[in-house]
Ligand binder design. Structure first.
Ligand SMILES: [Zn+2]
Length: 232
């Protein structure tokens, strides 16, 4: 989700954890979310606590990101970092005019447990997709005025996540890889390949009209965790 604080996140259910991560950073450095100072501190946190990938640093991840950028026709450099955090998540951000993607080790570890680079490509493609789709551009920031209307804002956020999931699919070029990544996010690496996607979709249809499922869906940033996305 492109946020007032200038970042976008992929995983709905771990959104709260993501906020906790940022909250911890903010509290530690006394930087608040919507301040230039806060963003500068966050940028510094990433630079000093995460590993930036390059030709000679985690080259597999670096070249995967480059392939995604080339497929999406992105000319502007995007710095890609890997940060230790035991969450299945990643996020994109624009910090001090610098475009970045941060991959949390919880997601990479889970994916690489099976060595599936298709899933890595989907994950990186999703996050770079936030940049490619202009989620940090002026118009998108302008639309964040909708944050005053939270239901519309959350609906808009879910649409952005779906857009980036499709961009991730475009980057990895494999429906199976994209579905495996979502399965991995949902049940973990060991069981991901065993998930019956048709049954998961049927599960969604069984419950999607229940009051509290509908309500829960209304205020999520995306619908991935409850399979709502798989039916798209
Ligand atoms: Zn996202």
């Amino acid at each position: 989700m492109a946020h007032a604080s200038g970042y976008a996140c992929c995983a709905d259910a771990v959104g709260a954890h993501r906020c906790n991560l940022w909250t911890r950073i903010d509290r530690h450095w006394h930087g608040r979310a919507r301040t230039v100072f806060g963003r500068a501190i966050r940028s510094r946190f990433i630079k000093s606590n995460a590993i930036e990938v390059g030709e000679e640093q985690l080259p597999d991840v670096y070249y995967t990101a480059r392939i995604c950028c080339e497929r999406l026709g992105i000319q502007e450099p995007i710095a890609v970092y890997v940060l230790q955090e035991n969450l299945w998540n990643a996020f994109a951000a624009k910090l001090a005019s610098r475009r970045v993607v941060v991959l949390l080790s919880g997601a990479l570890d889970s994916i690489l447990l099976k060595g599936d680079m298709n899933q890595v490509t989907w994950l990186i493609g999703h996050e770079i997709g936030h940049h490619a789709a202009g989620h940090f551009d002026f118009l998108a920031k302008f639309l964040e005025i909708g944050a005053w209307l939270p239901w519309i804002y959350l609906w808009y956020s879910r649409r952005r996540e779906l857009t980036c999931d499709r961009i991730g699919l475009y980057c990895c070029g494999s429906v199976e890889g994209a579905l495996l990544a979502i399965s991995n996010l949902t049940v973990g690496a060991q069981l991901a390949t065993a998930v019956n996607v048709d049954q998961a979709i049927a599960q969604w249809h069984r419950h999607s009209h229940e009051l509290y499922v509908t309500y829960r869906t209304l205020y999520t940033l995306n619908t991935r965790r409850n399979c709502g996305e798989w039916k798209k």
